[in-house]
Design a binder for this molecule. Structure first.
Ligand SMILES: Nc1ncnc2c1ncn2[C@@H]1O[C@H](COP(=O)(O)OP(=O)(O)O)[C@@H](O)[C@H]1O
Ligand SMILES: [Mg+2]
Length: 323
């Protein structure tokens, strides 16, 4: 059938039978813009079956790791905030805390800086890019970093993945979802770290995760700035209703700064339960990465460790964890 780009009016001849039903957007090769795909589907082809993952796909050198629970895998994206507000610190320590609580966790790094693996002190030979391109099989792309904690690393090679996504005529925004969905059943939680701002990888993450955790720095955030990124969520929810802003995580809490407290009160009034107990400013959190350690290893008694334990309790809904 012929579809016409609403932006530049270029006509594209596509074979609609080859387009999976979950693909809702196309990118015009003429003008590069995206537009919704509206394909009549009398004879809806069966949805593509995820490749069944062999049981030995992710080898577990720790036989005493917690067994995978029966519950559905939770996919949490740490996203939609500016750089330097604690996204990576939160992704790594939330993932590590969940693992300590006995959950099986996959941490996915979608930032070209590749800091998550650095913070955990591991040097994988590949990661998300190699998984998507098939250069590495899942059991090599995913590396076990701790008991119950695995990582799919990011880093510079993600630039190649971005290009690959850009070149796709349709369904580019589902690239990461298609790579991760067949693997996720081995985990209780998939935690995805993102880069600041909007890029094809962030959009991909928003088409994969169901829950968003948004760190907001109490040092720099204002109500106006917060409103900006709520608009970003709304724009994604137009295409994908399943993605929900679940947690607002105030970071860099400094009791001495009054403006931070006022902002905190404001967002609590509006967002109630979604607002997590703040992560305090804690220098130990900024020191731990240089040692390749999580806050629970580096300074288990610190405010940083306490605050991230609190976050794990909130996310799991298990208030008695770590007591
Ligand atoms: N609560 C905190 N207290 C002190 N330093 C922090 C805290 N959270 C993060 N940092 C430090 O701030 C810097 C930015 O944090 P990071 O997690 O990399 O942010 P992002 O991923 O949003 O860019 C890092 O050097 C990190 O170690
Ligand atoms: Mg980061």
């Amino acid at each position: 059938m012929i579809i016409t780009c609403p932006h530049c009016k270029k006509e594209h001849n596509i074979d609609e039978k080859r387009i999976p039903p979950n693909v809702k957007m196309a990118r015009c090769q003429g003008c590069g813009q995206q537009f919704p795909l509206d394909i009549p589907r009398e004879e809806t082809p069966p949805p593509p079956q995820p490749q069944p993952a062999p049981v030995e796909m992710v080898p577990d050198p720790n036989p005493d790791s917690a067994p995978r629970s029966d519950q559905e895998t939770r996919r949490i994206g740490v996203s939609l905030s500016k750089g330097g507000v604690g996204k990576t610190t939160t992704s790594v320590n939330l993932a590590a805390g969940l693992a300590l609580a006995g959950k099986r966790v996959l941490l996915v790094d979608t930032d070209t800086q590749g800091q998550s693996s650095f913070m955990l002190g591991v040097k994988p030979k590949g990661g998300l890019t190699e998984l998507v391109t098939g250069e590495l099989p899942p059991e090599e792309a995913i590396v076990q970093a701790r008991k119950n904690l695995w990582i799919l690393a990011g880093g510079k090679s993600l630039a190649g993945l971005k290009r690959l996504i850009d070149r796709k005529d349709y369904g580019g925004e589902l690239t990461i979802a298609q790579a991760l969905t067949p693997l996720e059943k081995d985990y209780d939680y998939v935690v995805v770290d993102t880069s600041p701002g909007w890029d094809p990888l962030t959009v991909n993450v928003l088409f994969y995760v169901n829950e968003l955790m948004t760190p907001v720095s109490l040092e720099v955030m204002s109500i106006q700035g917060f409103g900006e990124f709520l608009k970003s969520i709304a724009s994604i929810q137009k295409f994908r209703k399943e993605v929900e802003l679940r947690y607002i995580l105030p970071t860099f809490r400094d009791m001495r700064v009054k403006r931070g407290s006022e902002f905190l009160e404001e967002i609590e009034k509006i967002y109630g339960e979604k607002v997590c107990a703040p992560i305090r400013y804690n220098v130990r959190l900024s020191e731990a990465p240089a040692y390749g350690q999580t806050i629970f290893e580096f300074a288990p008694g610190s405010n940083g460790a306490q605050d991230y334990r609190d976050l794990v309790r909130k996310v799991t809904g298990e208030p008695d964890l770590f007591t």
